[in-house]
Design a protein around this ligand. Structure first.
Ligand code: PLP
Ligand code: COI
Length: 341
Protein backbone atom coordinates (compact mmCIF):
# COMPACT_ATOMS: atom_id res chain seq x y z
CA UNK A 1 0.00 0.00 0.00
CA UNK A 2 1.29 3.45 -0.86
CA UNK A 3 0.05 6.92 -0.01
CA UNK A 4 -2.20 8.44 -2.68
CA UNK A 5 -0.77 11.01 -5.02
CA UNK A 6 -2.41 14.07 -3.42
CA UNK A 7 -1.00 17.58 -3.03
CA UNK A 8 -1.32 17.31 0.77
CA UNK A 9 0.13 20.76 1.54
CA UNK A 10 -2.49 22.54 -0.57
CA UNK A 11 -5.63 20.71 0.49
CA UNK A 12 -8.59 22.82 1.53
CA UNK A 13 -11.46 21.67 3.74
CA UNK A 14 -13.35 19.81 1.03
CA UNK A 15 -14.68 16.39 0.10
CA UNK A 16 -12.48 13.89 -1.71
CA UNK A 17 -13.94 10.44 -2.15
CA UNK A 18 -11.87 7.75 -0.47
CA UNK A 19 -11.95 3.98 -1.07
CA UNK A 20 -14.08 2.55 1.74
CA UNK A 21 -16.91 3.58 4.03
CA UNK A 22 -18.63 1.79 6.92
CA UNK A 23 -22.36 1.07 6.91
CA UNK A 24 -24.67 -0.45 9.49
CA UNK A 25 -28.46 -0.63 9.21
CA UNK A 26 -31.03 -0.57 11.98
CA UNK A 27 -34.36 -2.33 11.47
CA UNK A 28 -36.72 -4.47 13.53
CA UNK A 29 -35.28 -2.79 16.60
CA UNK A 30 -31.65 -3.81 16.12
CA UNK A 31 -28.40 -2.87 14.39
CA UNK A 32 -26.93 -5.36 11.91
CA UNK A 33 -23.26 -6.39 12.04
CA UNK A 34 -22.09 -3.53 9.79
CA UNK A 35 -19.48 -3.72 7.05
CA UNK A 36 -17.01 -1.73 4.99
CA UNK A 37 -18.28 -1.12 1.47
CA UNK A 38 -17.03 0.62 -1.67
CA UNK A 39 -20.25 2.25 -2.92
CA UNK A 40 -20.40 5.91 -1.92
CA UNK A 41 -23.97 6.33 -3.18
CA UNK A 42 -27.07 5.90 -1.00
CA UNK A 43 -30.43 4.80 -2.42
CA UNK A 44 -33.52 5.53 -0.37
CA UNK A 45 -37.25 6.23 -0.62
CA UNK A 46 -38.31 9.65 -1.87
CA UNK A 47 -40.22 9.85 1.41
CA UNK A 48 -37.31 8.90 3.71
CA UNK A 49 -37.60 10.65 7.09
CA UNK A 50 -34.21 12.32 6.63
CA UNK A 51 -35.37 13.94 3.38
CA UNK A 52 -38.73 15.12 4.68
CA UNK A 53 -38.09 15.92 8.35
CA UNK A 54 -34.30 16.17 8.61
CA UNK A 55 -33.84 13.34 11.10
CA UNK A 56 -30.07 13.24 10.85
CA UNK A 57 -27.14 13.64 13.24
CA UNK A 58 -23.39 13.53 12.73
CA UNK A 59 -19.94 13.73 14.26
CA UNK A 60 -16.56 14.98 13.11
CA UNK A 61 -13.10 13.85 14.19
CA UNK A 62 -9.67 13.51 12.64
CA UNK A 63 -7.01 10.87 12.08
CA UNK A 64 -3.43 12.15 12.39
CA UNK A 65 -0.05 10.80 11.35
CA UNK A 66 2.24 11.16 14.33
CA UNK A 67 5.90 12.16 14.26
CA UNK A 68 6.87 8.46 14.56
CA UNK A 69 4.59 7.38 11.69
CA UNK A 70 1.59 5.94 13.54
CA UNK A 71 -2.02 6.77 12.63
CA UNK A 72 -4.01 7.94 15.65
CA UNK A 73 -7.44 9.32 16.55
CA UNK A 74 -8.07 12.03 19.14
CA UNK A 75 -10.63 11.10 21.83
CA UNK A 76 -13.07 9.16 19.58
CA UNK A 77 -14.87 7.91 22.70
CA UNK A 78 -16.16 11.45 23.26
CA UNK A 79 -17.57 11.59 19.72
CA UNK A 80 -19.27 8.24 20.39
CA UNK A 81 -20.80 9.64 23.57
CA UNK A 82 -21.94 12.86 21.87
CA UNK A 83 -23.53 10.97 18.96
CA UNK A 84 -25.41 8.86 21.50
CA UNK A 85 -26.68 12.06 23.19
CA UNK A 86 -27.68 13.48 19.80
CA UNK A 87 -29.54 10.24 18.97
CA UNK A 88 -31.51 10.32 22.23
CA UNK A 89 -32.59 13.93 21.65
CA UNK A 90 -33.59 13.17 18.04
CA UNK A 91 -35.57 9.98 18.84
CA UNK A 92 -33.03 7.78 17.10
CA UNK A 93 -31.51 4.51 18.31
CA UNK A 94 -28.08 4.79 19.93
CA UNK A 95 -25.27 3.21 17.92
CA UNK A 96 -23.33 1.39 20.67
CA UNK A 97 -20.36 3.55 21.72
CA UNK A 98 -17.76 0.75 21.50
CA UNK A 99 -19.02 -0.14 18.02
CA UNK A 100 -18.77 3.54 17.01
CA UNK A 101 -15.07 3.62 17.91
CA UNK A 102 -14.51 0.28 16.17
CA UNK A 103 -16.32 1.50 13.01
CA UNK A 104 -14.18 4.66 12.93
CA UNK A 105 -10.97 2.63 13.40
CA UNK A 106 -12.00 0.19 10.62
CA UNK A 107 -12.82 3.03 8.21
CA UNK A 108 -9.58 4.90 8.86
CA UNK A 109 -7.54 1.68 8.51
CA UNK A 110 -9.26 0.88 5.22
CA UNK A 111 -8.38 4.37 3.92
CA UNK A 112 -4.88 4.56 5.43
CA UNK A 113 -3.41 5.64 2.08
CA UNK A 114 -5.42 8.83 2.38
CA UNK A 115 -4.15 9.79 5.83
CA UNK A 116 -1.93 12.81 5.11
CA UNK A 117 1.75 12.34 6.00
CA UNK A 118 3.20 13.97 9.13
CA UNK A 119 4.22 17.57 8.68
CA UNK A 120 1.94 18.38 5.73
CA UNK A 121 -0.56 20.29 7.87
CA UNK A 122 -3.35 18.07 6.51
CA UNK A 123 -5.36 15.37 8.29
CA UNK A 124 -7.97 12.74 7.48
CA UNK A 125 -11.37 14.06 8.52
CA UNK A 126 -13.77 11.36 9.67
CA UNK A 127 -17.52 11.90 9.38
CA UNK A 128 -19.76 9.42 11.24
CA UNK A 129 -23.48 10.08 10.75
CA UNK A 130 -26.89 8.52 11.14
CA UNK A 131 -30.26 9.18 9.55
CA UNK A 132 -33.86 7.96 9.38
CA UNK A 133 -34.23 6.06 6.12
CA UNK A 134 -37.74 4.58 5.84
CA UNK A 135 -40.72 6.48 4.36
CA UNK A 136 -42.41 8.81 6.89
CA UNK A 137 -45.16 11.26 5.93
CA UNK A 138 -47.02 12.04 9.19
CA UNK A 139 -44.57 13.84 11.45
CA UNK A 140 -42.93 11.12 13.54
CA UNK A 141 -39.51 9.50 13.88
CA UNK A 142 -38.36 6.84 11.42
CA UNK A 143 -38.30 3.16 12.35
CA UNK A 144 -35.28 2.27 10.23
CA UNK A 145 -31.92 4.04 10.35
CA UNK A 146 -28.56 3.91 8.69
CA UNK A 147 -25.23 4.65 10.44
CA UNK A 148 -22.28 5.42 8.18
CA UNK A 149 -18.70 6.60 8.44
CA UNK A 150 -16.73 8.13 5.58
CA UNK A 151 -13.38 9.87 5.46
CA UNK A 152 -11.89 12.71 3.42
CA UNK A 153 -8.40 14.24 3.54
CA UNK A 154 -8.59 17.91 4.53
CA UNK A 155 -6.50 21.02 4.98
CA UNK A 156 -7.39 24.11 7.05
CA UNK A 157 -11.06 25.02 7.56
CA UNK A 158 -10.43 28.71 6.98
CA UNK A 159 -8.48 29.90 3.95
CA UNK A 160 -5.09 31.19 5.04
CA UNK A 161 -4.72 28.58 7.82
CA UNK A 162 -3.56 30.28 10.97
CA UNK A 163 -4.05 33.86 9.78
CA UNK A 164 -6.55 35.78 11.96
CA UNK A 165 -10.04 36.10 10.50
CA UNK A 166 -12.72 38.78 10.73
CA UNK A 167 -16.19 37.70 11.81
CA UNK A 168 -19.52 39.49 12.26
CA UNK A 169 -22.19 39.42 14.90
CA UNK A 170 -25.09 37.71 13.20
CA UNK A 171 -28.63 39.04 13.20
CA UNK A 172 -29.81 35.46 12.83
CA UNK A 173 -30.10 33.00 15.69
CA UNK A 174 -28.56 29.54 15.56
CA UNK A 175 -30.24 27.78 18.45
CA UNK A 176 -33.21 28.41 20.71
CA UNK A 177 -33.21 28.01 24.50
CA UNK A 178 -34.30 24.41 25.18
CA UNK A 179 -33.72 23.63 21.48
CA UNK A 180 -31.11 21.44 19.79
CA UNK A 181 -28.03 23.69 19.90
CA UNK A 182 -26.24 21.33 22.29
CA UNK A 183 -26.39 18.33 19.96
CA UNK A 184 -24.89 17.76 16.54
CA UNK A 185 -28.04 17.59 14.41
CA UNK A 186 -28.06 18.48 10.72
CA UNK A 187 -30.97 20.84 11.35
CA UNK A 188 -28.71 23.24 13.30
CA UNK A 189 -26.48 23.59 10.25
CA UNK A 190 -29.42 24.01 7.86
CA UNK A 191 -30.49 26.90 10.11
CA UNK A 192 -27.08 28.52 9.65
CA UNK A 193 -26.78 28.32 5.85
CA UNK A 194 -28.50 31.61 5.04
CA UNK A 195 -26.53 33.32 7.81
CA UNK A 196 -23.16 32.02 6.56
CA UNK A 197 -23.91 32.96 2.94
CA UNK A 198 -24.91 36.43 4.15
CA UNK A 199 -21.69 36.77 6.17
CA UNK A 200 -19.52 35.56 3.27
CA UNK A 201 -21.24 37.95 0.85
CA UNK A 202 -20.41 40.79 3.23
CA UNK A 203 -16.75 39.69 3.34
CA UNK A 204 -16.72 37.96 6.76
CA UNK A 205 -15.26 34.52 7.39
CA UNK A 206 -17.85 33.48 10.00
CA UNK A 207 -20.70 34.53 12.28
CA UNK A 208 -20.71 35.03 15.99
CA UNK A 209 -24.14 33.91 17.21
CA UNK A 210 -25.62 35.44 20.34
CA UNK A 211 -28.02 33.82 22.79
CA UNK A 212 -31.44 33.89 21.13
CA UNK A 213 -33.32 34.96 24.26
CA UNK A 214 -31.50 38.16 25.25
CA UNK A 215 -28.99 38.68 22.42
CA UNK A 216 -26.49 39.95 24.97
CA UNK A 217 -24.30 36.85 25.40
CA UNK A 218 -21.79 35.11 23.15
CA UNK A 219 -22.72 31.60 22.04
CA UNK A 220 -20.59 30.12 19.24
CA UNK A 221 -20.04 30.17 15.48
CA UNK A 222 -21.64 27.84 12.93
CA UNK A 223 -18.94 25.21 13.48
CA UNK A 224 -16.77 26.07 16.48
CA UNK A 225 -16.81 27.25 20.11
CA UNK A 226 -15.09 30.46 21.27
CA UNK A 227 -12.03 30.87 23.46
CA UNK A 228 -10.98 34.27 24.78
CA UNK A 229 -7.78 35.28 26.54
CA UNK A 230 -8.04 38.07 29.07
CA UNK A 231 -5.38 40.77 29.44
CA UNK A 232 -4.15 38.99 32.57
CA UNK A 233 -3.87 35.73 30.61
CA UNK A 234 -6.92 33.79 31.80
CA UNK A 235 -8.63 31.47 29.32
CA UNK A 236 -12.37 32.15 29.14
CA UNK A 237 -14.99 30.17 27.23
CA UNK A 238 -18.75 30.79 27.04
CA UNK A 239 -21.04 28.62 29.13
CA UNK A 240 -24.44 27.97 27.58
CA UNK A 241 -26.93 25.11 27.31
CA UNK A 242 -27.49 25.89 23.65
CA UNK A 243 -23.96 25.47 22.29
CA UNK A 244 -22.26 22.27 21.20
CA UNK A 245 -20.01 20.80 23.90
CA UNK A 246 -16.87 20.93 21.74
CA UNK A 247 -14.35 18.18 22.40
CA UNK A 248 -11.54 20.49 21.26
CA UNK A 249 -12.68 23.21 23.69
CA UNK A 250 -12.95 20.79 26.61
CA UNK A 251 -9.48 19.44 25.75
CA UNK A 252 -8.01 22.94 25.45
CA UNK A 253 -9.38 24.00 28.82
CA UNK A 254 -7.63 20.97 30.34
CA UNK A 255 -4.42 21.70 28.42
CA UNK A 256 -4.51 25.37 29.50
CA UNK A 257 -4.78 24.39 33.14
CA UNK A 258 -2.70 21.23 33.36
CA UNK A 259 0.00 21.80 30.73
CA UNK A 260 0.32 25.58 30.68
CA UNK A 261 -0.67 26.42 34.25
CA UNK A 262 -3.23 29.01 33.15
CA UNK A 263 -6.37 29.98 34.98
CA UNK A 264 -9.51 28.88 33.11
CA UNK A 265 -13.12 30.03 33.35
CA UNK A 266 -16.27 28.62 31.75
CA UNK A 267 -18.87 31.32 32.27
CA UNK A 268 -21.38 33.54 30.54
CA UNK A 269 -19.56 35.96 28.24
CA UNK A 270 -21.31 39.25 27.46
CA UNK A 271 -21.11 41.02 24.13
CA UNK A 272 -20.22 44.23 25.90
CA UNK A 273 -17.06 42.75 27.43
CA UNK A 274 -15.57 41.58 24.09
CA UNK A 275 -13.49 44.75 23.78
CA UNK A 276 -11.71 43.86 27.05
CA UNK A 277 -10.17 40.60 25.79
CA UNK A 278 -6.60 40.35 24.49
CA UNK A 279 -7.09 37.39 22.16
CA UNK A 280 -9.93 35.43 20.59
CA UNK A 281 -10.01 32.08 18.82
CA UNK A 282 -12.46 29.57 17.36
CA UNK A 283 -11.93 25.99 18.40
CA UNK A 284 -13.20 22.75 16.95
CA UNK A 285 -12.09 19.65 15.11
CA UNK A 286 -12.24 21.36 11.71
CA UNK A 287 -11.15 24.78 12.99
CA UNK A 288 -8.43 23.42 15.38
CA UNK A 289 -7.82 26.93 16.81
CA UNK A 290 -8.46 29.66 14.28
CA UNK A 291 -7.50 33.09 15.58
CA UNK A 292 -10.03 35.91 15.32
CA UNK A 293 -8.47 39.34 14.80
CA UNK A 294 -11.62 41.42 14.51
CA UNK A 295 -15.32 41.19 15.32
CA UNK A 296 -17.70 43.59 13.60
CA UNK A 297 -20.88 44.52 15.43
CA UNK A 298 -23.08 46.40 12.97
CA UNK A 299 -20.26 48.62 11.76
CA UNK A 300 -18.52 48.90 15.14
CA UNK A 301 -15.14 47.16 15.02
CA UNK A 302 -13.77 45.24 17.96
CA UNK A 303 -10.07 44.71 17.22
CA UNK A 304 -8.06 42.40 19.44
CA UNK A 305 -4.57 43.58 20.46
CA UNK A 306 -3.16 40.35 18.94
CA UNK A 307 -3.83 41.93 15.52
CA UNK A 308 -4.49 40.61 12.03
CA UNK A 309 -1.07 39.18 11.23
CA UNK A 310 -0.64 36.24 13.58
CA UNK A 311 -2.16 34.32 16.46
CA UNK A 312 -1.93 35.88 19.88
CA UNK A 313 0.85 34.41 22.08
CA UNK A 314 -1.41 32.43 24.43
CA UNK A 315 -3.57 31.13 21.57
CA UNK A 316 -0.34 30.02 19.90
CA UNK A 317 0.78 28.17 23.04
CA UNK A 318 -2.58 26.41 23.25
CA UNK A 319 -2.40 25.53 19.56
CA UNK A 320 1.14 24.18 19.83
CA UNK A 321 0.32 22.10 22.89
CA UNK A 322 -2.89 20.61 21.50
CA UNK A 323 -1.41 19.79 18.08
CA UNK A 324 1.73 18.52 19.84
CA UNK A 325 -0.45 16.01 21.72
CA UNK A 326 -2.41 15.07 18.58
CA UNK A 327 0.73 14.53 16.48
CA UNK A 328 2.58 12.61 19.19
CA UNK A 329 5.21 15.27 19.96
CA UNK A 330 3.94 15.71 23.52
CA UNK A 331 2.73 13.11 25.95
CA UNK A 332 -1.07 12.87 25.94
CA UNK A 333 -3.26 12.56 29.02
CA UNK A 334 -4.36 8.98 29.67
CA UNK A 335 -6.97 7.79 27.15
CA UNK A 336 -6.80 10.73 24.74
CA UNK A 337 -5.06 8.93 21.87
CA UNK A 338 -6.46 5.85 20.13
CA UNK A 339 -3.89 4.17 17.93
CA UNK A 340 -5.29 2.91 14.62
CA UNK A 341 -2.06 1.40 13.31
N1 PLP B 1 -19.65 23.98 17.63
C1 PLP B 1 -20.24 23.56 16.51
C2 PLP B 1 -21.54 24.16 16.13
C3 PLP B 1 -19.64 22.55 15.73
O1 PLP B 1 -20.23 22.12 14.61
C4 PLP B 1 -18.41 22.02 16.13
C5 PLP B 1 -17.77 20.96 15.37
O2 PLP B 1 -17.88 19.82 15.64
C6 PLP B 1 -17.83 22.50 17.31
C7 PLP B 1 -18.47 23.48 18.02
C8 PLP B 1 -16.53 21.96 17.78
O3 PLP B 1 -16.69 20.70 18.36
P1 PLP B 1 -15.51 19.66 18.39
O4 PLP B 1 -14.37 20.31 19.04
O5 PLP B 1 -16.03 18.52 19.16
O6 PLP B 1 -15.21 19.32 16.96
C1 COI C 1 -16.18 19.69 12.95
O1 COI C 1 -15.37 20.50 13.39
O2 COI C 1 -15.96 18.49 12.94
C2 COI C 1 -17.48 20.11 12.44
O3 COI C 1 -18.34 19.30 12.34
C3 COI C 1 -17.68 21.49 12.03
C4 COI C 1 -18.24 21.58 10.67
C5 COI C 1 -18.73 22.95 10.49
C6 COI C 1 -17.26 21.19 9.62
Amino acid sequence: MAKKNIDWENLSFGYIKTDKRYVSNYSDGKWDDGALIEDDMITMSECACVLQYAQTIFEGLKAYTTEDGRIVLFRPDLNAERLANSARRMEMPVFPEDRFVDAVVQTVKANADYVPPYGTGATLYVRPYMFGINPVIGVKPADDFQFRVFTTPVGPYFKGGAKPITIKISDFDRAAPHGTGNIKAGLNYAMSLHAIVTAHNEGFAENMYLDAQTRTKVEETGGANFLFITKDNKVVTPKSDSILPSITRRSLMYVAKEYLGLEVEEREVYLEELCDFAECGLCGTAAVISPVGKIVDHGKEICFPSGMEKMGPTTQKLYDTLTGIQMGRLEAPEGWIKVVE
